[in-house]
Ligand binder design. Structure first.
Ligand code: GDG
Length: 464
């Protein structure tokens, strides 16, 4: 693969998963997800390359072409996977950037690995990018890449997008390597955040902790300017709507309803099993509503899907046990002899099944303690073009900035949350429709394609 790419995406993971057939032949399937769907057309159009880890430690995979663009695998050893990914990314940065809802751990060896791996990603990108190419670096695992890459290739246009929140100054300052992270990000021409508050947290830190001159959302960094702005991410709205309206998803939704015994009301939660998602509080709130008889377990079912995630990180194991215990206790106390009031699955499902679940849910409970955006909230809305359904949404999800007509809750306030859930269940259909109509409008007009176009358009404009 000698051709260099004019558009390069750098992300922790590649957009493909390896599948090995029975006869041993290896193939790569595109992994489902909005980011990949949105960027693939740009990749094909501009002669793109995607730089990322292929998911198997201690293994080198040669670059190859997939669906018309280049795949450039970056190797990680098992100790790097533990220290850079599970350690610094997911046990230091993740909790710190999510309001320290779990305790962040600081280990110097983890930082060393983070730096080494970020350098490797930057080198891989520098090698594959054509003269003057646009490089878009994704997320918290790679915050040092913009600067490292600029040092290697000052000719490139470098963008960075942070998918998770950027914390308030007081929390960020706990990080022993705070200065390096700020300087790492400042290597970009454009740093995108989910919400305006995150961009201002970042700019405030730059003003307080670096010597660079800040003016509104511009930072003068040596001879380039770094801009920080918000670009709220979204979903393939039309794709979800079509999927939810497809005969196959409708059939699946009906089968699901019949498995559940045709309850009067279906409440739904869908999350990666993560302590930021507010599962403990949500399950407690619904459990109390059953206990107090405000929700009748004979008529109402709460379906909670928790997709397995980061299972080797201690805090996630603890969470899994806590949720098992909590659900088990509620079900053993309030179930009849038939189906339990909480149907809980610790598993991942195909997209069509997700759409079927969204479809049958009368109320979606999206109540994270802190979330960069939260796409589940938007997917649920996209799957209710008929304006039935109601969205209960945490004030602390980035999505709440846009989905203002949702039933907003503070997930730390269990009583408040219980009242709002009851309102979402009991409000007259006109009220629920009015709110859903406004949400539809927002999600219908702000799609993932528009998000990518806005970011890349601005990057091209600013980085001239
Ligand atoms: C990070 C930020 C930000 C979940 N279970 C299954 C499944 N999913 C899909 C959902 C949704 C996605 O995974 C989850 O996205 P979220 O946005 O809800 O949350 P994070 O994973 O934490 O994502 C977040 C996002 O990045 C994008 O910038 O919004 O704030 O934390 O699309 O549908 N999909 C399938 N089966 C499952 O079992 N097929």
């Amino acid at each position: 693969m000698s051709e260099r790419a004019h558009f390069v995406v750098v992300a922790n993971r590649l957009p493909v998963d390896r599948v090995v057939a029975d006869d041993g032949t290896v193939d790569w399937n595109t992994s489902p997800g909005g980011l990949v769907t949105a960027l693939e057309p740009v990749m094909r159009r501009e002669g793109g390359a995607w730089v990322g880890w292929h998911g198997a430690p201690d293994e080198e995979v040669q670059p190859f072409t997939h669906d018309g663009y280049a795949i450039v695998p970056v190797p990680l050893s098992s100790s790097e996977f533990e220290e850079y990914y599970e350690g610094f990314s997911n046990a230091t940065l993740w909790p710190l950037f999510h309001d320290t809802v779990a305790f962040p751990e600081f280990h110097r060896e983890w930082w060393d690995a983070y730096l080494i791996v970020n350098r490797r990603f930057a080198e891989a990108a520098a090698e594959v990018a054509a003269e003057g190419a646009t490089v878009w670096v994704q997320d918290y695992q790679l915050q040092l890449v913009p600067r490292l890459l600029r040092e290697l290739r000052p000719d490139l246009k470098i963008g960075f997008f942070l998918h998770i929140p950027f914390p308030p100054v007081e929390l960020f300052l706990q990080l022993p390597w705070r200065r390096q992270i700020l300087e790492g990000l400042l290597g970009a021409d454009l740093v995108g955040f989910q919400v305006a508050g995150a961009a201002s947290n970042f700019l405030r830190l730059v003003r307080l902790r670096t010597e660079h001159k800040v003016e509104r959302h511009h930072v003068q960094v040596g001879d380039h300017v770094c801009r920080a702005k918000s670009y709220p991410i979204s979903i393939d709205t039309e794709g979800f709507r079509e999927l939810a309206e497809s005969p196959a998803a409708i059939a699946e939704a009906e089968a699901l309803l019949s498995d559940l015994g045709h309850p009067k009301v279906v409440l739904l939660g869908v999350d990666r099993l993560d302590y930021t998602k507010g599962l403990r509080q949500r399950i407690r709130a619904v459990g109390e509503l059953f206990a107090e008889g405000r929700l009748d377990p004979a008529e109402v079912v709460f379906m909670q899907v928790a997709t397995p995630s980061r299972e080797r990180v201690e805090e996630y194991r603890r969470l899994r046990d806590d949720i098992d215990l909590l659900v088990g206790r509620i079900n053993s106390e309030f179930g009849g002899v038939g189906r339990p009031p909480i149907v809980y699955r610790h598993a991942g499902f195909p997209r069509q099944t997700m759409a079927a679940m969204y479809r049958i849910a009368d109320v979606a409970l999206v109540t994270p303690l802190r979330d960069g955006m939260n796409l589940v909230a938007k997917e649920y809305v996209a799957c209710h073009p008929g304006l039935d359904g109601a969205l209960v949404l945490s004030e602390f999800a980035g999505a709440a900035r846009e989905l203002k007509q949702a039933y907003l809750v503070n997930p730390y306030d269990i009583n408040g949350m219980k009242d709002v859930v009851m309102r979402a269940v009991e409000d007259p259909p006109e009220e629920r429709r009015k709110r859903m109509r406004a949400l539809q409008k927002q999600v219908g007009t702000h799609t993932i394609d528009a998000w990518a176009d806005n970011f890349l358009g601005d990057l091209k404009h600013y980085a001239r």
